[in-house]
Design a protein around this ligand. Sequence first.
Ligand code: AMP
Length: 356
Amino acid sequence: MTPLPPGSTIGILGGGQLGRMLSMAAAQLGYRCHIYAPDEASIAADVAAEFTCAEDDDIKALGKFADACDVITFEFENVPVAPLRIIADRVPLYPPVAALDIAQNRIAEKNFARTHGGITAPFAEVTDRASLDSAIKTVGAPAILKTIRMGYDGKGQARIKQGDDLGPHWDSVNHQPCVAEGFVTFTHEFSVILVRGQDGAIRYWDTPHNIHEDGILAESLVPAPCEIAEQEQAARSLAAKMAEAMGYVGVLTCEFFATADGPVFNEMAPRVHNSGHWTIEGAITSQFENHIRAICGLPLGDTGLAAEKVAMTNLIGGDAGQWQALLSDPANHLHLYGKGESRWGRKMGHVTKLFF
Ligand code: AMP
């Protein structure tokens, strides 16, 4: 494993806040970042050395991008896999395309977790209106209907209650192929955030307790309460098995529900994750820096806590307008993503507070 020397160029597919924070961590280590994204207004490009604005399936543009980079990663998991396989033949690409392939399909992802001994919510595939009826019979109600592909932050989801007319729910997911999931009774939600190096070494950050509102992450709190701590080892062991099976390199996040039966796997993100933003100030080495270290073949940094307690709060929609009030608390670390227009449900920034 020859490390990529500082001064090399890291390509990042995706132009959002995760790419922006990855670019900032890479710059600290002396690397240049080249953002590839379809949207001209890409906030990651504002802090990167190079920007290619092109569609995710533009083979010609992707090939040119690959030739200009020494290693490529992604910050967005809904990039089409087929063109990526082509560029992965030309330049190292981490995490592996196999991880994207699994994470893009909620059914493949659950089956993958089950293969490695994980527990998931009961689920059934829905391909048409008739199969929705039988799926709800199988998993029971309440249930959540989720599009198999392209869903995130609660988008592409419908919550089904006992006795609901299923027609409007099927319409609300635009008749897309879905998975119907039985509703999991949980006490808490948490995520395992790990980094795996090119030599197979794995490090975990402290486990955050994640609080969601309207399907969107609102807060991540560390350390997690004992109900989560008791389930941490089983959840980490599943995440590690999955990472090893994929030959994973970089940061991997697996989200879980803490239940009476142990940790129930919900989904994985083959990338840095919102529930790990607290690591920028709250850990010795952030998820962003360790992702860059892993993909560049550098030694991994210490993932230990840098404070007794850490709280990360997302600034969603109009919340970011409170930036002045937030800065009036000198203990707050404010991160604004530079997105122009604030819309309901849009992640505009986050604030992290350390407690000693
Ligand atoms: P997801 O997009 O799968 O992360 O879902 C967004 C949020 O919806 C989760 O963080 C949970 O709060 C909730 N949720 C998703 N699936 C289930 C489920 N099967 N049972 C209960 N709550 C769920």
